[in-house]
Structure formats: structure tokens, C-alpha cells
Design a protein around this ligand. Structure first.
Ligand SMILES: [Zn+2]
Ligand SMILES: [Zn+2]
Length: 145
């Protein structure tokens, strides 16, 4: 999907939910929509500063918090970076396949994985709060190369 269409979709979703898709939020969203791999907050800030020289780190973090809350973006903890979500649902449990060679991040949704993880964790009295699972390896293109 083109980034233009993704932005349209995000704006519509916000309208439906009564959330404000402000210019900064839209700009950060579009940086992520135009990238195939995850982007760190610092790099996002550098990109934003080309449009608005006054942008500061809290600007980026507030925009990212909003986008995560809306389910548009996932944080990739192991890369300390952010990636656009391809599913556009409200908050959901996702699994991320991260290529250690090219940095490509592919999202899959397999609810059984989370259900089983939660069941297993429960046996230890552990409550899973951050349910995104990250798997590292090689993407199709890299493993065929
Ligand atoms: Zn997602
Ligand atoms: Zn790869």
C-alpha cells in the first residue's frame, strides 16, 4: 500500500475514534510508512527537524506514544526502534520477525502463540504485560541470497 493511502487510512481511523491526527503525528507516521525497516527515535527526530527545526525529543516521543496507542506502530524493543503496523487494528498482540542482516521487520499475527505464552507464564504466576514477541533471524530475501 502506498504511504499516501496509509496516511488516509490512519486519518479515517482517528476520526472514527475521535482521536486527533495532528500534523506532527502525521509526519512521524509518514516517515515510518516510507520505511521498510524499523526506525529509531533519534533518526525520526532528525527527519522531523528537516520539516520543523524546533522539534525536540519529547515531540517525537509524544507522537510515537499516540501512534502506538492507536495500534498504528509497534515498538521493536530489541532494536530500540519503531515500525509501522500493517494491520491497522486497535491495540493487538503481534509477533515481529526481525532480519538481522537487512533489518527488515515483518509482522505476523498468530494469537495462539500469545495464548500459549500467557498460559505457560501463568504457571509461574507471571502476568505478561508487554505481549509483543520478537524473533530474530534471516528474512526470505537474505536467506536465499
Ligand atoms: Zn500490528
Ligand atoms: Zn533480510
Amino acid at each position: 500500500m502506498s504511504s499516501k493511502r496509509l496516511i488516509e487510512q490512519a486519518r479515517k481511523a482517528c476520526e472514527t475514534r475521535g482521536a486527533r491526527f495532528t500534523l506532527v503525528r502525521e509526519q512521524v507516521f509518514s516517515f515510518l510508512a516510507n520505511s521498510n525497516s524499523a526506525i529509531g527515535a533519534y533518526e525520526l527526530l532528525t527527519q522531523l527537524q528537516q520539516l520543523d527545526a524546533k522539534a525536540k525529543p519529547p515531540t517525537i516521543y509524544r507522537a510515537l506514544d499516540f501512534l502506538i496507542e492507536q495500534g498504528f506502530v509497534h515498538k521493536v524493543e530489541s532494536q530500540n526502534a519503531y515500525v509501522l503496523c500493517s494491520h491497522f487494528a486497535e491495540q493487538h498482540k503481534a509477533q515481529l520477525l526481525i532480519c538481522d542482516n537487512c533489518g527488515d521487520v515483518q509482522e505476523i499475527q498468530c494469537p495462539e502463540i500469545n495464548t500459549e505464552l500467557e498460559k505457560a507464564a501463568d504457571q509461574y504466576g507471571f502476568k505478561v504485560q508487554q505481549p509483543t514477541i520478537e524473533a530474530h533471524g534471516l528474512c526470505k530475501a537474505c536467506s536465499e541470497a
